[in-house]
Design a protein around this ligand. Structure first.
Ligand SMILES: Cc1ncc(COP(=O)(O)O)c(C=O)c1O
Length: 417
């Protein structure tokens, strides 16, 4: 086999509709910093660049403690560990999220308990969360999906009423707000992915932040082996375990964090530009029968804008399958697609279960009931009608008109057949 036979897998962000978007995620500035850091051999550990980034991150989100990790999945793992999630526990998370939201909890031995989502906003439904709470529930995961924001007032009310803490997965929603607060600063602990397609990218990286010293210290113990100079434990509780902590290593690569530091400085401008584009396209979409935009809760301000879903709403008399409509969009030249993520309960892993630790041990076997179609009617109903439009970050003049013309032409074609 030659190299040509292998698919190239690059997962950093490139314009999704290149002829309409001038954006370039990485500039000379990131390259210069990486060059300088490399010459300084600043390539491992809690280096000055890493420590400075962590300080800026906590100042930015208004939290007291933060630590970087090698990716968002490990930030989530450390957050779960910080919350004390372990064997026999249950973690409630939306059925509609990326698998990495919940996978780290499995590896700690906890069972995922999926909940439905609000079909208007695509965010976790607090009422269903309430129904799913049991004496074993150890955490609720609020995922701010696609850059939209969960109904944090209602989720925090469930948390206060039950004593179950909330972990915010902000991987898609860097800089989104709820009320006056940046998302991630509302629950008990938060994790952000800094993976290459994210609004603030380290290539591969993650960050965790919290106001809770106990959660923070356990999170550090879980993955920051030998990083004593940057760890700054705030209490004496685990001093006797330093500098090795629990011996596990999820530390971030300093070069990635250097890149993310430069990206963080560009986030406000990126969010302003994506917001203007998304809102302008949504206004046009809402004027086209058969399509509508995804709603936003009154206190929420989207951020990050990881993707741009809209909803196909066929009328009863002329039903065009959404997959056919997406084909029509693509024939017009529009980079449209169905949901990039599956519903988790439809995956064989969660539908059937899996012998995670072999010999019938682990959270997905034994009395694990599995899942079936129909378990999450609200999100199932809307999921198959989602259409993802290209996200433009620095649109060329006239891009919004061009996008809406392509959408309108595709709708005409699809519905006049
Ligand atoms: C919602 C969500 N959570 C967690 C992750 C995991 O982040 P990472 O890929 O950096 O491990 C991702 C990554 O795409 C994500 O989209």
């Amino acid at each position: 086999m030659s190299d040509k036979d292998f698919p190239v897998f690059i997962q950093t962000a490139f314009p999704q509709q290149p002829e309409l978007d001038r954006w370039q995620q990485i500039s000379r500035e990131e390259a210069d910093l990486v060059y300088a850091m490399t010459l300084r051999n600043e390539l491992s550990g809690g280096t000055p660049v890493v420590r400075e980034f962590e300080k800026r991150w906590r100042d930015w989100c208004g939290l007291e403690y933060s630590i970087t990790t090698m990716n968002g999945s490990s930030a989530l793992y450390c957050a779960y560990f910080g919350l004390g999630v372990g064997p026999g526990d249950e973690v409630i998370c939306p059925a509609y999220t990326w698998i990495c939201t919940i996978a780290p909890a499995l590896f700690l031995g906890a069972r995922p308990v999926f909940a439905d989502s609000d079909p208007e906003t695509l965010q976790l439904d607090p009422e269903d969360v309430k129904r799913k709470i049991t004496p074993r529930t150890k955490a609720i995961v609020a995922v701010h999906l696609w850059g939209n924001v969960c109904d944090m007032d209602r989720l925090m009310a469930v948390s206060h009423a039950t004593g179950v803490p909330v972990l915010e997965d902000c991987s898609h929603a860097h800089g989104a707000r709820y009320g006056q607060r940046i998302v991630g600063s509302i629950g008990h602990v938060a994790a952000w992915s800094l993976q290459g397609s994210k609004p603030v990218s380290a290539g591969e990286g993650g960050v965790l932040a919290t106001n809770d010293a106990g959660i923070f210290e356990r999170a550090c113990l879980a993955g920051q082996v030998n990083r004593i100079g940057g760890l700054d434990l705030v209490t004496k509780t685990y001093a006797y375990l330093q500098p090795l902590g629990l011996g596990m290593k999820f530390r971030a690569h300093p070069l990635g964090i250097g890149i993310a530091g430069i990206q963080l400085a560009k986030l406000d401008a990126l969010n302003r530009s994506r917001k203007a584009y998304v809102e302008a396209v949504e206004e046009k979409i809402d004027g086209i029968p058969g399509l509508r935009s995804v709603k936003v809760y009154p206190k929420a301000e989207r951020g990050g804008y990881y993707a741009f879903p809209i909803i196909h709403q066929p009328n009863a008399s002329s039903r065009v399958p959404t997959a056919t409509l997406i084909e029509c969009f693509r024939r017009q030249g529009l980079a449209a697609s169905s949901s990039p993520y599956p519903l988790l309960h439809r995956l064989p892993l969660f539908a059937k279960g899996f012998d995670l630790f072999t010999d019938q041990r682990g959270p997905l076997c034994g009395d694990y009931p599995g899942y079936r179609q129909g378990d999450f009617p609200a999100i199932e109903n809307v999921f198959d009608r989602l259409i993802f439009l290209p996200m433009l970050s620095n649109p060329v003049p006239g891009a919004v008109d061009r996008i809406s013309e392509m959408v309108a032409a595709a709708m005409d074609k699809a519905y006049s057949r």
